[in-house]
Ligand binder design. Structure first.
Ligand code: SF4
Length: 328
């Protein structure tokens, strides 16, 4: 299964080095610009500048509010300027709704989104909020992030801070590339046969996240001919992306590697088996990263032309240049 060339990822503009922050500065993130950047095309958005607040500007904060009018669009928070207390909640929500429709229309290749943490507009979790009396708590989500997650519920979305964790980073990038393949699958006129093939090619990848969820997805595909196509597509997409969001563990990877090795038992001689088993064991005990047994496995799959395994996305879920499996 091949990955199409275009991977477009939405991003908080300041993470690319654009000087759009309240103080005229930026928050350039070298992993995003230098490592991931060459593999993808960015779609930068700065909600505060694009809605017209300008740079530099007064800082904003989220106020916890009991006002029922806010509960639909932005949760229980209002977004106000820190010093002058100007309320931008409705302006931001109106602008976000319009901008997100534009993104849905103009960016059909959007496969992920990276948000700036801690921002009252872009922050995805644990954004600082204040009671009306000024008591801070870390329990908020930015207004734009809230609208984004509602408008694109299956899109892989992550904060740049969480991407410093190698497992979360690998998980996010895996989801981005899988989302791209899912988009390629569900082109107009897609067939149930193509879905079966897609599901088969993702078997090992899904098992590395959850066996139960993999089985649930299999049952959904098996009764695919009884379900209206639109419903089947929506259900599969939601469950597939939710499964990949479960962060894999060394134990799950070990199970998958051992399972794949089982498909090679007739082809491998005793020495090769011993070598592969040792490599899996060294990964399980933390002596080597996942890339080590995976590279060996990939070598044997290619050498012995095991077609079923060769088609598994698990062996190559994202570009090798990113070296994501050197760190998990
Ligand atoms: Fe703009 Fe969001 Fe960056 Fe703030 S965090 S400067 S709103 S892109």
């Amino acid at each position: 299964m091949t990955v199409a060339a275009v991977i477009r990822i939405g991003i908080s503009s300041c993470l690319l080095g654009q000087e759009v922050r309240f103080d005229g500065g930026h928050k350039r993130d070298p992993f995003l610009t230098d490592t991931l950047g060459p593999q993808v095309e960015w779609v930068p958005v700065c909600p505060e500048v694009e809605m017209g607040l300008g740079t530099p500007r007064e800082t904003l904060r989220l106020i916890r509010s009991s006002d029922a009018r806010t509960s639909d669009a932005s949760g229980p928070f209002r977004m106000v300027t820190t010093r002058t207390a100007i309320d931008h909640t409705e302006g931001m929500n109106r602008w976000a709704a319009r901008r997100l429709e534009e993104l849905a229309r103009d960016e059909p290749d959007l496969c992920g989104y990276v948000l700036k943490k801690d921002s009252p507009s872009c922050g995805m979790e644990r954004v600082k909020t204040y009671s009306e009396a000024g008591m801070p708590e870390r329990n908020g989500r930015g207004l734009y992030a809230t609208a984004l997650m509602r408008r694109f519920p299956t899109l892989p979305i992550e904060e740049e801070g969480r991407l410093n964790d190698p497992r979360l980073r690998e998980n996010f990038i895996e989801r981005v590339f899988a989302y791209r393949r899912l988009k390629d699958l569900f082109q107009p006129g897609w067939s149930l046969g193509a879905l079966v093939k897609f599901h088969t090619a993702h078997k090992m990848a899904l098992l590395a996240h959850s066996t139960t969820r993999y089985n649930d997805l299999g049952r959904l595909v098996a009764k695919g001919s009884e379900i209206p196509k639109r419903e089947l597509r929506a259900e599969y997409e939601t469950a597939f992306m939710a499964t990949l969001q479960i962060v894999s563990t060394p134990r799950r990877h070990t199970n998958v590697l051992t399972h794949m090795m089982g498909h090679l038992k007739k082809q491998l001689d005793a020495e090769s088996k011993r070598e592969l088993l040792q490599s899996i064991e060294e990964y399980r005990t933390g002596l080597v990263p996942l890339v080590v047994p995976l590279t060996l496995l990939r070598h044997y799959v290619r050498l012995h032309r095991v077609e079923y395994l060769a088609g598994q996305t698990y062996l190559e879920p994202h570009p090798r240049e990113l070296m994501l499996r050197n760190h998990v």
